[in-house]
Design a protein around this ligand. Sequence first.
Ligand SMILES: [Zn+2]
Length: 303
Amino acid sequence: MFHRWFEEAMAGEEIRRIEIRKEEIWGRRCRIIERKGLEYTGMEDFNELVKRPCIFCNPEKVSKFGEDFGTTMLENDEAFLFPNISPYARHSGVCAFRKHYIKIDEFTPSLIAKNLELGSRYIDKIGKMEEVRFASISWNYMMPAGASILHPHTQILVDRHPTVYMEKLLGRREEFERYIEMEVESERFIGRVGKVLLFTPFVPYGYNEVGGIVEEGLQIDEISKALAKILSYYSAIGRNSFNVSIYISLEDEFPVHFRCITRQNMGKYYRNDVAFLERLHEEVVLERSPEEVAEDMRNHLNC
Ligand SMILES: [Zn+2]
């Protein structure tokens, strides 16, 4: 399931070590190198961007669902969900928080839950209207994570077809469960938050990645508590941009789980964290090992 080996390279007079890891579920690899500085952690002022006029501050101006949906949008006191004007799938919803700018350390479990609750209602509603098999709730927080609008919002996709990631899990439930067991029994296990088991994956998709496996399906309150803990950790280590994806199989072909990674901090001339190895070779380059991240987050949760 897990493989790792080391290479040594001469860098001038010094020997530098490169660790290469491979896992068998998604067939992915990563490289852990000794260089420090891949992650951009500068704290720049982006108030000018915060002050720009914003469409999500005007819920009346965003797109609305058609008559067959039964309501023009889904809403509660902290969030509102509407169809994406640039859909990524047959059913593609955007769920914006009511507040225009929310700092990473201001996302409480109940605030996150208000957003995810609408996402879950959207998925249920689509499921009653037509045959769908997969869903995801994802979040690009801030521009380095891919957000085009600063105002925080999640994106919900509901589809008949799996994404490439999900497709790799189909028909491999036992193997996937064994994988989770191995992660949870390893030094990468962070701990349990309610009904969510948190760990850092052996081969992460990105920096400071934390994965969560949810017992008993899409439990919004439990996932929200876990995500709030992860975001509080990201804030404590000075990061201000992240991605989250919650993967959902509506026919229970794999357990509900999520991944959360940090991206480069908001900076005018930041270096992108996705370069030729990530884009064109499908390998992620890291400089903090998952074991280091797990230990650091365990310490954060205990203090
Ligand atoms: Zn706004």
